[in-house]
Each structure stands twice: as C-alpha cells, then as structure tokens.
Design a protein around this ligand. Structure first.
Ligand SMILES: [Zn+2]
Ligand SMILES: [Zn+2]
Length: 365
C-alpha cells in the first residue's frame, strides 16, 4: 500500500502544528495577554490624562501642539507593540529554548546583558541628551525644518505630500534604505568604525542587539534627516516607514537561523545574511536592509545555511559596564578625524578597519 501521500502531507503540516502548539503554550499566552493589557491600560490612561492640544512654552515662545492623542500617544502604542510582536514571531519560529527572551532573561550571557542595558538606556530620556551632546546637536536637526529653510532660500520645494499615502511610504522606504546603505558603508570606514564597532561587538544575537548602538552615531542621522530634507511627505508616511524599518532591524538581529530563501536573496535582508555581516572576518558585505542595494553596489554575499560566529576581537566590557569603552571609542573616532586633515579622504575608504593585531587574534579563534 502506498502511504507516501498522507505521510508527506503530515510531514509538510508538522511545522504548522508545532507553531500552533507554541502559540497556545500557557506561558506564551499569559505573557502576550499581560503585555497587551498593560499597553491598553497605558494608552487609555494617557488618553484621559493628557489633553489633545498641549501648550508648550519654549524660549519665551508659546507653541500649540495639536492632535497629541493621534500623533504621540497612538504612535507610542504602535511602537510599544512592535517589540513584543517580533519576540512572538521569533518564539513561534524557533521555540522557547532558542528565543531571545530566554537568551536575555534566563541564559543571561554577558553579550545579552549589554543588549538589555542598551535597550533600557535608549528608553531613558537621558539617552537623547547624551546623544545630543556627543553629536553636537546633530540628532536634534529635523529634516522637515531643513527642507523649509532650503525651500525659502532657493524657492525649490520638492514635495510628494500630494501622492497616495502608500506610494509616499514606498518612496520614503526606498530612499531611507539607500541612504542607510551608504551611511552603513561609511560606518565601516577607518574613521567611523570606532563608533560602529560596539554594535559589532555582540557575541550572540538577540532581537535587542538592534538597540546596541553608540550614542554618537553621526552617520545614522543621514538616513533619518535626508529623506525629510529631500521630500516633503505626510508625517503618517514617515511614521509608517519608521515602523517597517524598526521591524526589519529587530528581525535581522533575531535568533531565527534562516536565510529566508528567495526573499532573503532579493526582497529583504535575512537574519543569516545579517549574521554574515557581523561575522568575525568583518568584510563590509550585506550592509543594506534590502539586498537590491548590496547587489547594485557589489557588496552582496549569499548566506550559509547555518549561523557563524560573530563579534569583534576588540576588547569590550559586557553587561552594563561598557560606558568607559564607549568613551574610548568616541576618543578614537576624533583621533581618526584629526588624521583626516593629514591624509585627506583616505580615512573614509572602505574596509581598512581590521588592524593587524585584530587579524592576528582572529587567527587564534
Ligand atoms: Zn556594520
Ligand atoms: Zn547588526
């Protein structure tokens, strides 16, 4: 008798049933329910406590901010739901043993502690202040403000605000990912590498590795500011683009060991492609969130099917004790900037960021 039909059907449905079982696991269900309840409570309370129009007194000027509920509170709710949603997707894909939540809270690796510390640091209002001081206020510059200045000065005002929202989001998304590709490429130059190295110092991935960034990331603001400068767009399109970008950033740092098949080759970067970017050989490859930009500029590489070792041989204190190391990186960056004056743009060339001693120690790994 031929059993291949039902047997192969059962094999094909196996992962589906595993996912359903994981979804209905009592711990997973109670965590999701608690989070949603807290989120809903916070949203309801803020909507009732904060008026929809707020009066701000800034440097002697009175500024009215309208639609606070829709623009601030609802947006915060969306962002608050993103991280747990990605945690959930990852858990359904890889199971509890391999999940980021277990990696961060139960295994408590030193690298995971750094991720957690960075995440909580970024939630604290002081992080924007530190980033503002270290970047000389660059993070406060608004693309929309610059666009108005440019339009007033030149009379040229390119605006896509009249286009359908979905089209605006698509244009902004493509432009953001293109600029992000080039700013990331700059991060791997000798001068900017000290500010990016901390992100690469993660020795294992968790969804929160996405939050592990140096507060003085000058290059990151390129993608954040320029789309607003170049294209006047509906704030809703900017918000939607931001959400998609955050989801991709969280996903590519997840513990899902998949190259996403043809999707990872052509549509969006996969966790394994990004892992290859983080691998110890540190070739500047797979820099973009979309493979199309890497393919276009010659930096795309196919990812192996299994995870490889990641990290940087540069010494880093893990856990929450990385502050002196971040300061060292910041000083190293400015030393590099000073040498630019003597070397010209050579310091911005690609991939010279593996000094000989790093390579030597890698050989021992
Ligand atoms: Zn990188
Ligand atoms: Zn990364």
């Amino acid at each position: 008798m031929d059993h291949s039909g039902p047997i192969s059907a059962a094999r094909a449905l196996g992962p589906f049933f595993v996912t359903i079982r994981r979804l209905f696991h009592p711990v997973a269900l109670s965590l999701v329910a608690t989070h949603l309840a807290l989120l809903a409570l916070g949203w309801w309370t803020l909507r009732h406590l904060v008026p929809d129009t707020v009066v701000l007194h800034l440097f002697g000027h009175v500024q009215l901010v309208h639609e606070v509920h829709r623009r601030v509170i609802d947006r915060t709710l969306e962002l608050g739901a993103l991280l747990p949603a990605v945690f959930l997707v990852e858990y359904l894909w890889v199971g509890w043993r391999e999940s980021s939540v277990r990696h961060l809270l139960v295994e408590r690796t030193a690298s995971g502690w750094s991720d957690l510390a960075c995440y909580f640091f970024q939630l604290a209002p002081v992080s924007t202040m530190v980033a503002g001081i270290m970047s000389f206020g660059v993070v406060y510059v608004s693309g929309e403000g610059l666009r108005c200045l440019f339009a007033d000065a030149t009379g040229i005002d390119i605006s896509i605000a009249g286009a359908p929202l979905l089209l605006q989001t698509a244009i902004l998304f493509l432009l953001y990912t293109l600029l992000d590709y080039w700013s990331h490429r700059l991060d791997h130059s000798r001068v900017f590498w000290p500010l990016h190295r901390f992100h690469h110092a993660a020795e294992s991935f968790s969804v929160l590795t996405a939050a592990r960034v140096h507060p003085a990331m000058f290059t990151a603001v390129v993608g954040a500011i320029l789309p607003g400068v170049l294209l006047g767009s509906d704030p809703a399109a900017l918000a939607q683009t931001g959400i998609v970008i955050i989801i991709i950033r969280l996903l590519i740092h997840s513990r899902i060991e998949s190259n996403f098949g043809w999707v990872g080759r052509w549509v969006v970067q996969s966790p394994l492609h990004h892992r290859l970017h983080h691998s110890l050989n540190r070739m500047p490859i797979n820099l973009a969130l979309l493979p199309i930009w890497d393919r276009l500029f010659g930096t795309w590489r196919g990812a192996p099917r299994e995870a490889m070792r990641i990290g940087t041989p540069a010494p880093y204190r893990h856990g929450a004790w990385f502050v002196p190391d971040l300061w060292r990186d910041y000083c190293e960056f400015w030393t590099g900037v000073k040498t630019l004056a003597f070397e010209g743009l050579v310091g911005l060339k690609q991939a010279p960021h593996a000094p000989p001693q790093d390579l030597a120690s890698e050989a021992d790994v």
